[in-house]
Design a protein around this ligand. Structure first.
Ligand code: DGL
Length: 260
């Protein structure tokens, strides 16, 4: 297939559920001229507390859903699925660019010398070798504290984005690292940016909050250009949203979050 045909094909983006919309939002703002297909697997969310084999099987099914819709590149908009499956998917599908996301530890560490950084992510992301290697690489430059957040992605999936339930969850889980007087927090799960206003309230104005969406969007752009398949259109592209929970409420929520 020629690159001219590929240029107009959509970019596929997937996540275990609603979280990847926070990445899609960033990608669309960087490249509004592209066409997008988003697939969220809310019927099987959360991934972050599932066994590795199951996450790999689900990630491959998500990828197949998008490949069947003739996408030219895939974004794994899920830290957990990236840590568990990106390498395997790249080996299995060498002909399509696959861009993953990882906790934005590097910008957080480089932001300020010898800062204290907390990384919030799913238990699975934090225990994977990919993250452990990243952390070992930077642990001489900063004090790094991991904050596994089982259940937080579920609260986002249940649209608990504000109110007493989410405030209590975040207050309790952040209390130990707040005692360490942290300088920065990395949101290492794509669901978490949707509760960033609550996190901000709890940590106050002086803690800097990082997430990996922008880096992922930039890497996608770079890969499209390198492969000669970036869309040259000058008008806005289309965005199709699908979810394994195909009820109206889930799809409505995805659209709301995309425009938030
Ligand atoms: N949004 C996913 C991530 O970035 C995980 C949420 C889940 O546990 O399914 O890690």
């Amino acid at each position: 297939m020629s690159n001219d045909i590929k240029k107009t094909m959509p970019i596929g983006v997937f996540d275990s559920g609603l979280g990847g919309i926070s990445v899609l939002r960033e990608i669309v703002s960087l490249m509004p001229e592209e066409n997008y297909i988003y697939y969220g697997d809310s019927a099987h969310a959360p991934y972050g507390t599932k066994p590795l084999d199951e996450i790999r099987r689900l990630s491959e099914a998500d990828m197949s859903f998008l490949l069947a819709r003739h996408v030219k590149a895939i974004v794994i908009a899920c830290n957990t699925a990236t840590a568990a499956s990106a390498e395997i998917l790249r080996e299995k599908y060498p002909d399509i660019p696959i861009i993953g996301i990882e906790p934005a530890l590097k910008p957080a560490v480089l932001w300020k010398p010898h800062d204290r950084v907390a990384v919030m992510a799913t238990p699975m992301t934090l225990k994977q070798e990919k993250f452990q290697n990243l952390m070992h690489h930077y642990e001489t430059a900063s004090e790094i504290y991991t904050v596994p957040c089982p259940g937080l992605a579920d609260l986002v999936e249940q649209y608990e984005l504000t109110g007493p339930k989410i405030t209590k969850y975040l207050t309790d889980i952040l209390a130990p690292v707040l005692e360490k007087d942290i300088d920065a927090i990395v949101l290492g799960c794509t669901h978490y940016p949707f509760v960033e206003p609550v996190i901000r309230e709890i940590v106050g104005p002086n803690v800097k909050i990082f997430n990996g969406s922008h880096g992922t969007a930039m890497e996608l752009k770079r890969r499209l250009m390198e492969n000669g398949i970036k869309n040259d259109s000058t008008v806005h592209g289309t965005i199709e949203i699908y979810n394994s929970n195909s009820d109206d409420k889930t799809l409505e929520m995805c659209k709301r979050l995309l425009n938030s």
